[in-house]
Design a protein around this ligand. Sequence first.
Ligand code: FES
Length: 107
Amino acid sequence: MTLVATLDTSFDLLEGETLLEGLERTGHEVEYQCRSGYCGSCRTRLISGEVRYISDPLAFISRNEVLPCCCVPVDTVHLEVARTYEPEQPSLSEELEPQSSLDFNKS
Ligand code: FES
């Protein structure tokens, strides 16, 4: 598994998952159309790290951008994308946070 950090959380990419699928699973809304590296809709800014393309992308990308629909991280990556909805499963960082803020006396 590979760690993916975004602007507000981090998570492990699951076996066989593309970077886009991992972002979607953890509540990040990334635009997409082809999901195959052709259209460029999913273009996302890479803050640090390196990715490997599953298939050669045809869409133009700058040096500091990636197409998450068709790549996986080589090692830990940091992306400029924020979470926009609550994921079905909590992210790794949320699973590890202590639950000290719970107040069972509130109604
Ligand atoms: S969705 Fe088309 S290049 Fe990623």
